[in-house]
Write a protein that binds this ligand. Structure first.
Ligand SMILES: [Zn+2]
Length: 82
């Protein structure tokens, strides 16, 4: 099972937190759980922490898609039943 969260470093308080890679994409906003700074994830941001988080999120999403494509669909047996 792949961990679907990426680590994000807050530029204000330098604390790390985690967010799901599926959510971390261009335009996504998240409040730092430590200092409550609202962080906007923008690929053109000058903040290296933000660009790095976006990059790892993109790579992780790709890895998750690869796993999903190669593994049998685990949810299929549950979805068709009334
Ligand atoms: Zn913070």
């Amino acid at each position: 099972m792949i961990d679907d969260k990426v680590k994000i470093k807050c530029s204000k308080c330098s604390m790390m937190f985690r967010e799901r890679a599926q959510r971390v994409r261009n335009g996504f906003q998240k409040q730092c759980p430590h200092c409550l700074k609202l962080i906007t994830f923008d690929t053109s941001s000058e903040d290296n922490n933000i660009r790095r988080a976006l990059k790892s999120a993109r790579e992780l999403r790709q890895a998750l898609e690869d796993v999903a494509a190669s593994a049998p669909a685990l949810t299929e047996s549950n979805s068709g039943q009334a």
